[in-house]
Design a protein around this ligand. Structure first.
Ligand SMILES: C[C@@]1(CC(=O)O)C2=NC(=C\c3[nH]c(c(CCC(=O)O)c3CC(=O)O)Cc3[nH]c(c(CC(=O)O)c3CCC(=O)O)/C=C3\N/C(=C\2)[C@@H](CCC(=O)O)[C@]3(C)CC(=O)O)/[C@H]1CCC(=O)O
Ligand SMILES: NC(=O)c1ccc[n+]([C@@H]2O[C@H](COP(=O)([O-])OP(=O)(O)OC[C@H]3O[C@@H](n4cnc5c(N)ncnc54)[C@H](O)[C@@H]3O)[C@@H](O)[C@H]2O)c1
Length: 164
C-alpha cells in the first residue's frame, strides 16, 4: 500500500508587487504565468528561446509589459535573491533540481514542476468565482484527480447558475 502523504496547507498569499521568477517558457511555464497574471505579481520568465520563438500569447504579455523576458540558459546569477516565488519549469529535471536546491539554500520558496518532493508549495488548480478563489491541491499522487475535481466543482457552480 502507498505510504500516506501529508496534505499541504492552503495559504492564500498576496502577490501584489512581489517578484516571481519562472524558468522555462514551455507549456507548463505558460500555464503558470496565465494563472498568476491576474494576481498582481511582477513576473519574470527566463528560457532558451529567442523572444521571437515564443508562443504568441507570451509575446503579447511581453509587449503589454505584463511580464519581462530574458532569453538565456539558467545559471545561479539568474536568481537575484529578491524573488518571493521561483518556478523551476524547464524540461530538464537536473536543471529544475539545481534551481530548487539554490532556492532552498537562499530561503526562497520554490516549485519544481518535475518533482513534487522538491516543492515548498504546490501550484493549485484554481477556480475564480466572483470575489472568491478556490484552490485545489492533492498529495501529488494523482494530478488527473485534482483536475477532475476542479471540473466537477465548475459544473456544480454552472448548474446553480442555470435558471430553474
Ligand atoms: C493541479 C495542477 C496545477 C497546474 O499544474 O496548473 C497540477 N498538475 C496539473 C496537471 C497535470 N500534471 C501532470 C499531468 C500529466 C499527467 C498524465 O498525463 O498522467 C497533468 C494533467 C494535465 O496537464 O492535463 C504531470 C505532473 N505533475 C507533477 C509532476 C511531477 C511529480 O509529480 O513529481 C508530473 C509528472 C511530470 C512528468 O511526467 O515529467 C507535479 C505537480 N503537479 C501539480 C499540480 C502539483 C501538485 C499536484 C497535486 O495537487 O496533487 C505538483 C506536485 C507540483 C506543481 O506543479 O506545483 C494541474 C491540473 C490543473 C487543472 O487542469 O485544473
Ligand atoms: N507540474 C505539472 O503539472 C506538470 C505537468 C506536465 C509536465 N510537467 C513537467 O514540467 C516540465 C516542463 O514541461 P513543458 O511541457 O513545459 O516543457 P517544454 O519542452 O514545453 O518547455 C521547456 C522549457 O524549458 C526551457 N529550458 C530548458 N533547459 C533550460 C535551461 N537550461 N535554462 C533555461 N531554460 C531552459 C526551454 O527553453 C523551454 O522553454 C517537465 O519537466 C515535465 O516533467 C509538470
Amino acid at each position: 500500500m502507498r505510504e500516506k502523504r501529508r496534505l499541504r496547507f492552503p495559504l492564500f498569499l498576496s502577490l501584489e508587487g512581489r517578484e516571481i521568477l519562472i524558468i522555462g517558457a514551455g507549456r507548463i511555464a505558460a500555464r503558470r504565468a496565465r494563472v498568476l497574471l491576474p494576481f498582481g505579481g511582477r513576473i519574470r520568465i527566463c528560457a532558451l528561446q529567442r523572444e521571437e520563438e515564443l508562443p504568441k500569447e507570451m509575446r503579447r504579455w511581453i509587449l503589454e509589459r505584463q511580464i519581462r523576458y530574458e532569453s538565456r540558459r539558467f545559471s545561479q546569477e539568474l536568481i537575484s535573491g529578491k524573488e518571493f516565488l521561483v518556478f523551476a519549469a524547464t524540461n530538464d529535471p537536473e536543471v529544475n533540481g539545481e534551481i530548487a536546491r539554490i532556492c532552498q539554500r537562499k530561503g526562497i520558496l520554490v516549485n519544481n514542476a518535475s518533482d513534487a518532493a522538491q516543492c515548498d508549495f504546490f501550484f493549485p488548480s484554481i477556480i475564480c468565482e466572483e470575489e472568491m478563489v478556490i484552490g485545489i491541491a492533492g498529495d501529488a499522487s494523482n494530478h488527473k484527480k485534482v483536475k477532475e475535481l476542479r471540473k466537477r466543482i465548475q459544473n456544480l457552480l454552472k448548474g446553480e447558475r442555470r435558471p430553474k
